[in-house]
Ligand binder design. Structure first.
Ligand SMILES: Cc1ncc(COP(=O)(O)O)c(C=O)c1O
Length: 386
């Protein structure tokens, strides 16, 4: 029987296991904020060009910290796409805020910046653009709307490590007032669960340290700025342990190589499926531009929801795991309970029903890619498109 091609597979790329043993044997620190945490934070600061980075337990935790740092209060409104992961909304709902969902653009599948003005009210406090598949939102337009209306911008850059804004001026996650990364095992650079909060504005630095360390001024204590540490604010255990950071540092050291491998995989998919896409009117991922995107994802948008269902079932029969993506938040049970939407969400609903993500992981081979593409072609050749 042919080997299964999974959708994702976690991988070791360098010194992950060595680093973990170093954390235990040499550094003898397994709790957070040790040597590997600092190395990871420094690496991210240098390579993303941001002033302060705090590692977190997840992208979700970074988003939750951003909501706390912005002092989001019950009844505040936060504009975001409906086509995103639940954590984008939940982080703000936990503070009592109302997520206001708007539609996405059909080209990049990112929040449609032209729809933001109509969603603004006197209660709007923030905009959360999500850089879907590591492809940049229109940050110039979003930052201008934010500046004109005294709003804060939290970039959900969960997919976007080392992706650049159009034109390659800045790294995604380092443009808004805050940015959030994820190192979940499905991302490019992984630590199982993991994330980071990116900050540029020094006004947030001190409170970020306090929130991160369970609401205490422990960081100031270690820097010798106070003689004992105590409870000074709300906070939580947002920081990961050193084993996670040790694993992550080895991955970060290879981040450019990982992104190059994934970008190559995306390019091979795009090349091998181009003719089929033209013949059958399929849409392929837009992220094959290696200058600005990180090869996070490769997707196909089929002509109908039925066609996607039939294609996915056919791929499963041929031992290829493909997955659809976000179920729109505006129509989900919690989205209806906690949020509201502005305007039509037609592109969101339509895209969500037709998008299929193909296997993409560091160790996916050229043969695997060809097999996936040939299998998709055989599905269409057999006229089985539902
Ligand atoms: C857009 C987006 N934001 C946030 C997250 C949450 O990240 P994590 O799984 O690290 O909590 C995800 C997770 O996949 C995501 O896709």
């Amino acid at each position: 029987m042919r080997k299964l091609i999974p959708f994702n597979r976690p991988f070791i790329v360098g010194r992950e296991l060595y680093n973990i043993s170093q954390a235990v044997i040499q550094n003898t620190q397994l709790a957070g904020n040790g040597a590997f945490t600092k190395l990871c934070q420094q690496w991210l600061q240098e390579h993303l060009g941001v002033k302060k980075v705090l590692l977190t337990n997840s992208g979700t935790a970074a988003l939750e910290m951003s909501a706390l740092l912005l002092n989001i209060q019950p009844g505040d409104e936060v504009i975001m796409p409906s086509f995103t992961f639940v954590s984008t909304a939940n982080a703000f709902v936990l503070r009592g805020a109302v997520p206001v969902f708007i539609d996405i653009r059909p080209d990049t599948l990112n929040l449609d910046e032209t729809l933001i003005p109509a969603a603004l009210t006197s209660r709007t406090k923030a905009i959360v653009p999500v850089h879907y598949a590591g492809v940049s939102c229109n940050m110039d337009a979003i930052m201008k709307i934010a500046a004109d209306n005294s709003l804060k911008v939290v970039e959900d850059a969960a997919h976007s490590l080392l992706s650049m804004e159009d034109g390659g001026r800045s790294h995604l996650g380092g443009i808004g007032h805050m940015g959030c990364l994820s190192f979940h095992e499905t991302k490019n650079v992984i630590s199982g669960e993991g994330g980071a909060l990116l900050l540029n504005d020094p006004a947030y630095f001190e409170r970020a340290d306090i929130l991160w360390e369970k609401g205490t001024n422990r960081s100031q204590f270690f820097e010798g700025r106070v003689d004992k540490y105590t409870w000074v604010d709300v906070g939580s255990s947002f920081l990961p342990g050193e084993l996670t950071a040790a694993f992550l540092y080895a991955q970060l050291e290879n981040a450019y190589r990982i992104n190059a491998m994934r970008t190559r995989i995306c390019r091979l998919y795009a090349e091998q499926l181009a003719d089929l896409a033209a013949e059958y009117g399929l849409r392929l991922s837009v992220n094959d531009d290696s200058s600005s995107s990180n090869g996070h994802m490769f997707y196909i948008i089929t002509r109908s929801g039925e066609e996607r269902k039939a294609l996915q079932a056919y791929l499963t029969e041929q031992r290829i795991v493909s997955t659809f993506h976000y179920i729109p938040l505006h129509s989900s049970p919690a989205g209806r309970k906690f949020g509201r939407y502005s305007g039509s969400l037609q592109v969101t609903d339509d895209t969500s029903a037709r998008l299929l993500r193909l296997p993409l992981y560091y160790e996916l081979t050229t043969d695997d890619i060809s097999y996936v593409c040939e299998t998709i072609k055989s599905f269409y050749a057999a006229g089985a498109q539902g």
